[in-house]
Design a protein around this ligand. Structure first.
Ligand code: NAD
Length: 516
C-alpha cells in the first residue's frame, strides 16, 4: 500500500511560518497524489529581499577563520546522520522515491561535508605563484568569496543538490539562497532547519519557495554567482540571463548516458551494475544510464541476465527499506515516460520487460523497462527520458560501441565494463562525458568527491565536487609585489631592450622544465 511519511513536523512548520503570509502553493505526495502541505509562493520582491539580507550577513561570515567555517560543515555532517530518519521521511514524502534512494541523499551530504571540511581549507588557502622574474617579483593568488550564491535546484535529489552544493559555497565564505523545485520545497526547508542549529549566521542560508520563471530572474540578476541544476532547456534560459547581467554561472544539466559492455567483461557483474545504473531512483538520476551497447558475442548473455535481474526488482510507493524502485515524482514524469515507451513501440521497438504504469502500486509508479531494436528516429534515442526506461543494442565491436556512445549532444556520464582494466580505462578516456565509471555503476565515480563531476556538450558548464566545486564560488585575486627595480624599460634605447629581453626568454626556453 502507498504510504506517506508525515512532514507535519513542528520545526518544519515553524520555518514555513517565518515567511510572511503569501499566496501559497500546494505540494503533492507522489505516493498518493494527495496534498502533502503547502509553502509560500514567494515573489520576485521576496527573492530580491533575500539577496539583500544575505549580503548584509555574508561579510561577517566571510571574516571568520576558515577553520571555524569548516567546523560548521562538520556539524552538518553529524546532524544529517543523527537526523537521518526525519530527513529520509521528508524526502520520501515529497519525491516518492524508495527509502534506500532517499538515504543515499543523506549519505551524499555527510560525505560532502566531511570532504570539504577536510580538503576545503587547503583549496581556499592563498598560494604562491611564479612570475616572469622569479626572485624579484613575489606573486600570491588569493581566493575571496563571491558574496551571495543562488542555487536553483531540481526535484530529483532535493536534499543532495541543496546541501552538497551549498556546503562548499558556505565554506568559501558565501551566503546561499536556495530556490527549490516547485514540487520538492520541504527538503530545502529541512536543510535550512539543519543549518539553523549551526554557527552559520541566520541570513547566510535562505530558501525562497515558488515558481522558477518568477524567482529565477531576480536571483540571477542580484546574486553574484548562480549554481543551476536542471534541464538543458531551462539551463539555456538561465545562461542567457546570467550573460546579460554578467553573473557567474555553473550549469549541471541533462544527459543521455551510455554504457559499453565489452566481450571480455564479467557479464554477471555487468548485468547487476546495469540494474543500478538504469533503475536507481527510478531512473530519475542525472547520471542514470539510458543506452547500453554490448559487443555482439556477449549481447544475448548480457541481455538475458539484465532482464532477469530487472524482473526481480521490488516496486513500491512506501517506506519499506526492501523496496528497490519507488514512484516517479509527478504526473508529468509519468506522462513523459509513458510517451517515450509508446513512441518506441509504435516505431517497432521490442519490449523485453516492463513497459507499463502500475497504478495498483502507486499513482505514478512505472515498471523498470528494457527495450531493444529501438529505431534511431524514436524519441528515446537522444531525448533524455529521466525515468526507468533503457534501450540495449548489440554492436559488432568496441569501436562501434564507442561511436554509438559518442553519438549524442549530451556528455554527462558513462559506464564501461571490461575484463581488462587498462583497456576499459583507455576506452573510458575516449568517451565524451564528464565522468565515466569502469566496472561499476555510477556510484563509483559519483562517490569520488576528489574528482570533478559535470557535463560536456549540452550537459553543462562547470563542475561540482573536488577543487573545482569550491573554486567556482570564489573570485581569484593575484597580488604581485615587486621587490627589485620597477618593471619598466631601463634607460637604454627600446631596440636594445627588446634584443636583451628576447635573448633572456630564448635562454629560458632552453632550460629544463624544473629550472624555468
Ligand atoms: P527544470 O529545468 O525544469 O527545473 C530546475 C529548476 O529550475 C527548478 O527549481 C525550476 O523551478 C527552475 N526554473 C524553471 N524555470 C526557470 C527559469 N525560467 N529561470 C530560473 N529557474 C527556473 O528541471 P527539472 O525537470 O526540475 O529537473 C530534471 C532535469 O535536471 C533533468 O534534465 C536532469 O538530468 C537534470 N539534472 C542534472 C543534474 C546534473 O548534475 N547534471 C542533477 C540532477 C538533475
Amino acid at each position: 500500500m502507498a504510504s506517506v511519511p508525515s512532514v507535519d513536523d513542528d520545526r518544519l512548520a515553524s520555518l514555513i511560518d517565518t515567511v510572511e503570509a503569501r499566496p501559497s502553493m500546494t505540494v503533492t505526495a507522489p505516493a498518493t497524489d494527495e496534498a502533502l502541505g503547502s509553502v509560500p509562493r514567494c515573489t520576485a520582491a521576496d527573492a530580491r529581499a533575500a539577496v539583500e539580507s544575505a549580503r548584509k550577513a555574508q561579510g561577517e561570515w566571510a571574516d571568520r577563520a576558515v577553520g571555524d567555517r569548516a567546523a560548521v560543515l562538520d556539524t552538518v555532517g553529524e546532524a544529517v546522520l543523527d537526523r537521518q530518519r526525519w530527513l529520509v521521511d521528508v524526502l520520501q514524502a515529497e519525491t516518492g522515491k524508495a527509502r534506500a534512494d532517499a538515504f543515499e541523499e543523506v549519505l551524499d551530504v555527510a560525505a560532502n561535508a566531511d570532504y570539504y571540511a577536510r580538503e576545503g581549507p587547503g583549496f581556499l588557502a592563498s598560494e604562491r605563484r611564479s612570475s616572469m622574474l622569479p626572485i624579484v617579483t613575489k606573486a600570491v593568488e588569493h581566493r575571496h568569496p563571491k558574496g551571495v550564491v543562488a542555487l536553483i535546484v531540481p526535484w530529483n535529489y532535493p536534499l543532495t543538490l541543496v546541501l552538497s552544493d551549498a556546503l562548499p559555497a558556505i565554506l568559501a565564505g558565501n551566503a546561499v539562497i536556495v530556490k527549490p523545485a516547485e514540487g520538492t520545497p520541504f527538503s530545502a526547508l529541512a536543510a535550512a532547519d539543519v543549518l539553523a542549529d549551526t554557527a552559520l549566521p541566520a541570513d547566510c542560508f535562505q530558501v525562497v519557495t515558488g515558481d522558477g520563471p518568477e524567482l529565477g530572474p531576480p536571483l540571477i540578476e542580484h546574486a553574484d554567482a548562480v549554481g543551476f541544476t536542471g534541464s538543458t532547456e531551462t539551463g539555456r534560459t538561465v545562461a542567457e540571463q546570467a550573460g546579460r547581467h554578467l553573473t557567474d554561472v555553473s550549469l549541471e544539466l541533462g544527459g543521455k548516458n551510455p554504457a559499453i559492455v565489452l566481450a571480455d567483461a564479467d557479464i554477471d557483474r555487468a548485468a547487476a551494475g546495469a540494474v543500478d545504473d538504469a533503475f536507481a531512483n527510478a531512473g530519475q538520476l542525472c547520471v542514470s544510464i539510458e543506452r547500453f551497447y554490448a559487443e555482439e558475442t556477449v549481447f544475448e548473455a548480457f541481455r538475458d541476465r539484465f532482464v532477469s535481474r530487472t524482473r526481480q526488482l521490488t516496486l513500491g510507493a512506501d517506506t519499506d527499506w526492501a523496496t528497490d524502485v519507488g514512484s516517479l515524482q509527478s504526473a508529468a514524469q509519468l506522462e513523459k515516460v509513458t510517451a517515450h515507451v509508446e513512441d518506441a513501440l509504435d516505431r517497432g521497438a521490442t519490449l523485453l520487460t516492463g513497459g507499463r504504469a502500475r497504478p495498483d502500486i502507486g499513482p505514478f509508479v512505472f515498471e523498470p523497462t528494457i527495450l531493444t531494436d529501438v529505431p534511431d528516429d524514436a524519441r528515446l534515442t537522444d531525448e533524455e527520458t529521466f525515468g526507468p526506461v533503457v534501450r540495449i543494442e548489440s554492436v559488432p565491436d568496441a569501436e562501434a560501441a564507442l561511436e554509438r556512445a559518442n553519438d549524442s549532444r549530451y556528455g554527462l556520464n558513462a559506464t564501461v565494463w571490461s575484463g581488462d582494466r587498462s583497456r576499459g580505462e583507455s576506452l573510458a578516456a575516449d568517451i565524451e562525458c564528464g565522468t565515466v565509471s569502469v566496472n561499476d555503476s555510477y556510484r563509483t565515480v559519483w562517490a569520488c568527491l576528489d574528482g570533478p563531476m559535470g557535463g560536456m556538450g549540452d550537459s553543462g558548464i562547470g563542475r561540482r565536487h573536488a577543487r573545482q566545486g569550491i573554486e567556482k564560488y570564489t573570485e581569484a585575486q593575484t597580488v604581485a609585489t615587486q621587490r627589485g627595480p620597477p618593471m619598466k624599460h631601463p634607460a637604454v634605447p627600446h631596440r636594445v631592450w627588446a634584443g636583451a629581453v628576447s635573448a633572456f626568454l630564448r635562454a629560458r626556453q632552453r632550460l629544463p622544465g624544473w629550472l624555468r
